[in-house]
Design a binder for this molecule. Structure first.
Ligand code: F6R
Ligand code: MG
Ligand code: MG
Length: 365
């Protein structure tokens, strides 16, 4: 059976400030998706939050980029905005809904989308990840480690079905182009691109030997769509696991190092990505540090069996402590780079105004 998994998210308001989705928003979103399940449009759904982002995980048989599914997500976000966020004066009500009317596909309209369609295997373990206070390039490092680094994923060397490697589709967010790069053959080319996380973003990964989809991520950046700052596009990711794909533990292993990502306060600072259980899915210190949640399911004819809250485990306690230590270290830099992002990457800046004010006082040195 061919099943499509769609993970569509938007920040449609939160409390207090940009911290957390409110329970009434989650309830209304669940109600909307439940109705869609009753009509047969969805096979199943799961609603959750990553900090201030409302996450709609849906399964169906309509394929990717389907107008009915995207409209359902759009209508859910707008209804939550009107009936809860605005009614309760939550902060940033509807902030990611950038256009007035839906035109067939939520891509480019504000919400983030990760989708994949595949033939459901005899047993289909599926993991989804959602991060807050960062951007889509945040998945580059873990996706590389999961699908290309044998020091992370033992299966790359010892599982014959993974031994031919994986193909990475890299999206250039500035040009709106993409390129497919094979790993391990073109590993250095891949790394040369994806080290620039603000521009080259892994959007999909396929198993090389048979072209099976292995992972799909959201790639849009709100700042570029809107031409003005409306918040970093907090990213989502879907990964298939086991039996010819990396094991669940190999996928989670990639999050055992709290690497630095751009985002955090005002979308303008580097900070460590902290893997957290859902109960800690709220950014606090300096609107952070940036966080990631992970949920694990088994698919059963499209039904979502689960979830397991994957980072709700003492094995990740030391990662969180390390992330908190790195957060402290970075914070001590205050307004200085590399804590603060470079001028071209900052989502907020007074630099042009400062330069304008001082322009007549700049003298030849
Ligand atoms: C970052 C983020 C927050 C806000 C910050 C200021 O993605 O959402 O860090 O940038 O709280 O928000 P405003 O300008 O709404 O007061
Ligand atoms: Mg917000
Ligand atoms: Mg957010």
């Amino acid at each position: 059976m061919k099943v499509t998994v769609s993970l569509i998210k938007a920040d449609v308001g939160s409390l207090p400030g940009h911290h957390r989705v409110y329970k009434d928003q989650l309830e209304l979103a669940k109600k909307k998706l439940h109705e869609a399940k009753e009509t047969g449009l969805l096979i199943d759904y799961h609603v959750f939050n990553a900090g201030d982002d409302l996450e709609l995980l849906m399964t169906h048989t309509k394929g990717v980029n389907n107008p009915e599914i995207h409209k359902l997500a759009w209508d859910t976000f707008t209804e939550v905005t009107e009936k809860v966020s605005k009614a309760l004066k939550l902060y940033g009500a509807g902030q990611d809904l950038l256009v007035e009317a839906f035109s067939g596909n939520v891509r480019g309209m504000g919400p983030g989308v990760a989708e994949m369609e595949f033939e459901e295997r005899k047993s289909e373990p599926l993991l989804v990840f959602a991060a807050d206070k960062t951007e889509p390039g945040a998945w580059n490092l873990p996706l590389f480690r999961i699908f290309a680094d044998p020091f992370n994923t033992a299966g790359l060397t010892i599982d014959p079905t993974m031994h031919d490697g994986f193909d990475f589709v890299v999206h250039d967010v500035m040009e709106g182009k993409e390129v497919m790069v094979h790993c391990p053959a073109e590993m250095y080319d891949l790394l040369a691109l994806i080290g620039t996380v603000s521009r080259y973003v892994i959007s999909r990964v396929y198993r090389h030997r048979d072209g099976e989809i292995a992972a799909a991520a959201s790639v849009t950046r709100l700042s570029l769509i809107a031409g003005r700052y409306v918040g970093k596009d907090d990213p989502v990711l879907i990964v298939r696991a086991q039996h010819g794909f990396p094991a669940v533990g190999e996928i989670l292993e990639a999050f055992s190092f709290p690497y630095l990502v751009p985002g955090w306060m005002r979308g303008s600072h580097n900070g460590p990505l902290m893997p957290v259980p859902l109960k800690y899915s709220q950014c606090t210190r300096f609107d952070g540090p940036p966080r990631v949640v992970g949920l694990g399911f088994q698919l059963c004819n499209g039904r979502l069996i689960g979830p397991v809250d994957l980072f709700d485990d003492p094995a990740f306690d030391t990662v969180r402590i390390k992330a908190a230590e790195i957060a402290e270290y970075m914070r001590r830099h205050g307004p200085f780079m590399p804590h603060r992002l470079g001028p071209e990457e900052m989502e907020y800046t007074t630099l042009p105004a400062v330069l304008e004010k001082l322009k007549d006082r700049f003298k030849e040195a």
